[in-house]
Design a protein around this ligand. Sequence first.
Ligand SMILES: [Zn+2]
Length: 338
Amino acid sequence: MTRRTVVSGGVVVDGTGAVRRQADLLLVDDRIDAVVGPGELAGADARHVDASGLVVAPGFIDVHSHADGSFLLDGDASKILQGVTSEIVGNCGASLAPLGAATSHPTADRLVADGTRPTWQSVADLVEAGQDRHVTHVGTLVGHGTLRELVGGHASQAIDDHQRTAMRLALAAALESGAFGLSSGLVYAPGVFAPESELESLVEVLGAEHVYATHLRNESDQLMESIEEALRTTATTDAHVQISHLKATGRRNHGSTATALRRLDRARADGRTIGQDVYPYTAASTALTACLPPWALAGGTMALLARLADAGMVARLRAEVQSAPPHPWENPVASAHG
Ligand SMILES: [Zn+2]
């Protein structure tokens, strides 16, 4: 049976850039059938919803979500209550799939809440696991870090040609199963160890219908160099390139987002398909390990813990984290101070 709903009395912001206006809506099942002037649907045979004093807008699309684990929780409504009806997960180089047979997947494990253990390996399995559970529409990117771990590349700083090929094949299979594209997180291990050529060889696998979203190698003193890196690694792709959460951290870098935006405008004028998103707030959050220089993360968690048990090593780390800029790596602790 057809469900008809009238939403009346609200101020409609339709997302097209049109000026907000007083208007009423007719929904037929889950589709907007008509947007008309106030009161025009007053006598319609439908369920009536009074939106007086409220804004009526299409569902928001969160293109940069880290709610990877949430959609596996039955009926989690946290995003829908914020007006988000569609979200893209698997950002910043970390996705829940594809996973190997190992029991520990450091990059994927930190995404999953309350000890949920993966029951899936492939993207196809993950889609299956989330079926009928999520309230929002969910699409996933494939994390570069997750791919690197899949081929045994978390602990090592460099991966060989065979591993590169294995990453490309795994990405292609994931895209075939419905993944939306690839993401990288170049301040996090293992992404921080990846040379440009490794990212380039993965981006090559993407088609025009896919997205490459990148958390830049440096959002602080080397913001512009990092944007150039993103432009170089994607120079020949038809995929949509997305600079994730564009920002300039550190007070000394305030204003450099204007330079960054001009550079991206120029790239678009040159025919590049590139976009950027921003946090809707001025705070930021990241992983604790991202506060350490890359050399401290080499070898994985156990190697890091061994370094942290060594007083001499800790003194060296403290000195490096607290040293004056510029830093050869992104140093969020130093940036937080100025
Ligand atoms: Zn990020």
